[in-house]
Design a protein around this ligand. Structure first.
Ligand code: GLC
Ligand code: CA
Length: 559
């Protein structure tokens, strides 16, 4: 595989609204990010993805863009953005923005014009259909609940399509004029010095046309959007064109948010000259999810987690580089999901960090993950901000689930979990703001915060620093970045172990994924211990003793 400049980097996702507020309005901002670049550099971060900061009514927290060329005043100004780009460049860091082009905001000029004149130029930027006898063009269910069709403001018989929220009308990619607008905008940002994009919800840009019904799968008479996506052929034509017209000439870094790609299309997505540099591995995130919504989730065990990860690694081994995560702004906190309930501790959090961070692929840290931030307790549905959580709650209630159980499902999977403010200190509002935070601070900030962890050599944060430096250590980089990944001890329960192997060097990552300590067989002869989250593990007669949730990274002797 051809080496790329970004392969040996560490990437970090910032959710700007919750990172750091510098003017006391309770909303994180660009000056806050700039002021913490040194912190991120010191953590070992090279690439930073910012969730959307464009002008937006924030109906879906910025994933509803009203002006692609402007910074929302709540986040700062274009001067702040230029300064961020410059300050990042000075530190050899790369800024990546969110590219949200499946839809825009209903407050975007294009959509307002479309409402004014549905037959005109901008009407064709969207999917607008005339409805007779009240029958909607199709019965697809939007991701945030309800039908994908909404009445076009000002028109009794016209409806527009939105696969997400009704304030996020879908852009019509079949229209070449719309595609030109998008490419122009992407190039404008790349010319400014942006390193690339995280590409939002991109698989949805291709619809199965003409619109038709699919079998209903809940008693709302609607059909999951995935049923349509399975039939949608030809997204590659759009993606290839976008790559050729924008990313390729700028040598931009891109990471796709891709769910449900077709197996045989994987090389087109992230192979050599793929549509994207890389894409996220979501297989662990979606594991166990039932058709009924969050209340219908079967959960994930340590063995499931391991099997999922290895399967994803196997799929891409000859094709490209995955982006590895344990959480993001749409998912629960990784330590709350992948560590069995009641067992999240400094030790188990470090174990989880070890096993995912040293996988083959690009490691991503989501803000606060480096502190071991956890899901936030939920007492009432009134506390919830996230539209997807509100919808999932209603879905559960309609399915006959008790309000208490529905609330617990939201507590477990709600997107607010990852969106509570970053816990900088043990002081007021966790040091996030001097005002009132837009979303409640996790009450555990007195125990879990950067200030305390920076002063504690055994903290989760200090351990993340060790991981980032280990991966870029010139002695091991060839193996840990580009080396093959070979799973081992797969027949044992609650063990996650794999080799990373390059020409002449083998490294074993081995973890005891349970709270009881145990003796494990060692595959091969160990040399130096490179990292562990516990005491020096005793090794004797081909066996290693690992305490509960202990992980070890061992350089192996070559035979
Ligand atoms: C992606 C984003 C999510 C957003 C959705 C619609 O999944 O990550 O936050 O709600 O797209 O843009
Ligand atoms: Ca602010």
């Amino acid at each position: 595989m051809k080496k790329q400049w970004w392969h040996d980097k560490t990437a970090y996702q910032i959710y700007p609204k919750s990172f750091l507020d510098t003017n006391g309005d309770g909303i994180g901002d660009l000056p806050g990010i700039i002021s913490r670049l040194d912190y991120l550099k010191d953590l070992g971060v090279d690439i930073i993805w910012l969730s959307p900061i464009y002008v937006s009514p924030l109906a879906d927290q910025g994933y509803d863009i009203a002006d692609y060329y402007g910074i929302d005043p709540r986040f700062g100004t274009m001067e702040d953005m230029d300064r961020l780009l410059k300050e990042a460049r000075q530190r050899n860091m790369y800024i990546v923005m969110d590219l949200v082009v499946n839809h825009c905001s209903d407050e975007h000029f294009w959509f307002k014009e479309a409402c004014r004149d549905p037959e005109g130029k901008y009407g064709k930027y969207f999917y607008i259909e005339t409805v007779r006898d009240g029958k909607l063009p199709c019965n697809w269910r939007s991701y945030f609940g309800g039908p994908v069709w909404e009445k076009l403001p000002g028109h009794e018989d016209k409806y527009y399509l939105h696969v997400f929220h009704k304030k996020q009308p879908d852009l019509n990619w079949e229209n070449p004029a719309l595609r030109e607008e998008i490419y122009k905008m992407i190039n404008w940002w790349l010319d400014k010095g942006l390193a690339g994009f995280r590409i939002d919800a991109i698989i949805n840009i291709k619809k199965a046309l003409p619109f038709r019904d699919y079998p209903a799968d809940r008693d709302d008479g609607l059909s999951d959007i995935y049923n349509m996506l399975r039939d949608a052929e030809g997204v590659g034509e759009f993606l290839g064109e976008m790559r050729d017209r924008t990313f390729l000439p700028h040598r931009a870094f891109t990471v796709g948010e891709v769910f449900n790609e077709k197996e045989e299309e994987l090389p087109d997505f992230i192979g050599e000259n793929g549509y994207f540099s890389t894409m996220f591995d979501f297989s662990e995130a979606v594991f166990g999810r039932g058709m009924g919504g969050w209340h219908d989730d079967a959960g994930i065990t340590p063995d499931d987690y391991r099997n999922c990860v290895f399967k994803a690694q196997k799929r891409v081994e000859d094709i490209g580089f995955l982006s590895n995560i344990i959480e993001n702004h749409d998912e629960p906190r990784g330590v709350s999901r992948y560590i069995p309930e009641g067992e999240a501790s400094v030790t188990s959090k470090k174990m989880l960090a070890t096993v995912y961070f040293l996988l083959r692929g690009l490691p991503w840290i989501y803000q606060g993950q480096e502190l071991g931030m956890e899901n936030v307790p939920l007492h009432s549905i009134e506390e919830v901000d996230d539209i997807s959580s509100l919808d999932n709650y209603q879905v559960a209630i309609r399915a006959g689930v008790s309000p208490e159980k529905a609330l617990r499902a939201v507590e477990k999977f709600g997107r607010d979990n990852a969106r509570t403010p970053f816990q900088w200190t043990g002081g007021e509002n966790a040091g996030f703001t001097t005002g009132t935070p837009w979303l409640r601070v996790n009450p555990n900030y007195k125990e879990i915060n950067l200030e305390a962890q920076a002063a504690d050599p055994d903290s989760v944060y200090q351990y993340y620093k060790k991981l980032t430096s280990l991966r870029r250590d010139p002695l091991y980089k060839e193996t840990l970045v580009w080396g093959e990944l070979i799973p081992c001890l797969q027949d044992l329960h609650h063990v996650m172990a794999y080799f990373r192997k390059s020409e002449g060097q083998t490294i074993l990552v081995i973890a005891n994924y349970q709270k009881e300590g145990r003796d494990l067989p060692l595959p091969g002869t160990p040399g130096r211990l490179l990292l562990t989250n516990g005491p020096q593990p005793p090794i004797q007669e081909g066996r290693i003793y690992l305490a509960g949730y202990q992980a070890a990274v061992l350089l192996m002797e070559e035979s």
